[in-house]
Design a binder for this molecule. Structure first.
Ligand SMILES: Cc1cc2nc3c(=O)[nH]c(=O)nc-3n(C[C@H](O)[C@H](O)[C@H](O)COP(=O)(O)O)c2cc1C
Length: 298
């Protein structure tokens, strides 16, 4: 590995910055840590990766607790102080106009005011990886301030969160019948995920009557259960029909079906298919005649 390229590449990771507060043999302290992340929901666990020479590490080893204070985009000065000096050098928390402390609820280490998230943690694991120690804490108290925005760290510089990226999802206006059909299938799910077949012949697309007693015709498709293999679901579907796939290249269509003010998100994984023999219930439609078929077939 080229060391020079590796060092440059490392700067291209993007993180937030947490102020890790602690108390212990060095007294009350705060350190800036970019390598902070939540690693479990239940129990809620947070990991920070800190170097062994830091006063913070020795504090945590002693008291087995620490505060994670996720900095807001107004706290660059605090971050520079917490990250630029060691408690061995100066008492950072006492620097004029730098830190306001909050009383902790469950631990003894102080917490830092004006942050996006304040999480009080009890140590559950410590393990050395390379040149840093992974310190994992179980969150025993947490609060957040919705009015604050996170500070972003990239390439040695601080950033604010910018504009959101428009979701890569095509909006398809559909009629009542189509909308009701898919939203009933979705059973309230945020996104309905389907696997389907696109079969074309003479500029037309194959549509089927999907369920008895409904007049609705659409492409052959199935709704896989969560975490089941799409290809197995498709194979099972194909076994019952006279259809087959032409290749195994999946095409993903992320759509938002819209009918007046109602919306239903739907993701289709589509495969190109072919008709082996004549099957019951199928018919051919011009995709142009139907907004959903038009999007699915192109
Ligand atoms: C923006 C920024 C991010 C930092 N991220 C980390 C980190 O993830 N892990 C780490 O060990 N040190 C990190 N540091 C360095 C420590 O904050 C620094 O060594 C600090 O002086 C340690 O303080 P202490 O000895 O009082 O505990 C970072 C510094 C800055 C400025």
């Amino acid at each position: 590995m080229n060391q020079r390229i590796a060092e440059k590449a490392q700067q291209n990771f993007t993180t937030g910055i947490s102020l890790v507060s602690s108390s212990g043999q060095h007294g009350q302290n705060v350190m800036a840590v970019e390598w902070t992340m939540q690693i479990s929901y239940k129990p809620m666990l947070i990991a920070v990766f800190i170097h062994e020479e830091s006063a913070t590490f020795e504090n945590i080893k002693k008291t087995r607790e620490f505060g994670i204070n996720v900095s807001s985009d107004k706290q660059t000065t605090a971050v520079n102080i917490a990250g630029g000096y060691s408690k061995r050098e100066i008492d950072k928390l006492k620097v004029k106009n730098s830190f306001k402390l909050l009383p902790p609820k469950k631990i003894k280490s102080p917490m830092i005011a004006d942050c996006l998230i304040n999480a009080e943690c009890r140590l559950v694991a410590m393990k050395k990886f390379g040149d840093h120690i992974m310190v994992v804490g179980k969150v025993v108290a947490i609060s957040y301030d919705e009015t604050k925005k996170p500070l972003i760290y990239h390439s040695g510089r601080y950033f604010r969160i910018g504009s959101t990226i428009a979701p890569f999802r095509k909006v398809v206006n559909v009629d009542n019948a189509t909308f009701n059909w898919f939203s009933t299938l979705a059973k309230g799910k945020f996104v309905l995920k389907c696997v389907g077949l696109i079969i074309k012949s003479n500029n037309k697309i194959l549509v089927l009557k999907q369920i008895k007693n409904t007049p609705y015709l659409t492409i052959p498709f199935a709704v896989p259960k969560k975490r089941t293999s799409y290809s197995k679901v498709l194979d099972a579907y194909l076994k019952k029909s006279d259809l087959s796939t032409k290749n195994n290249i999946p095409i993903l269509k992320r759509l938002t079906l819209k009918n007046k003010k109602k919306i239903q998100r739907i993701n289709f994984v589509l495969f190109e298919g072919k008709l082996k023999q004549g099957i019951k219930n199928h018919t051919w439609q011009f995709p142009k005649s139907n907004s959903l078929l038009r999007v699915l077939s192109t």
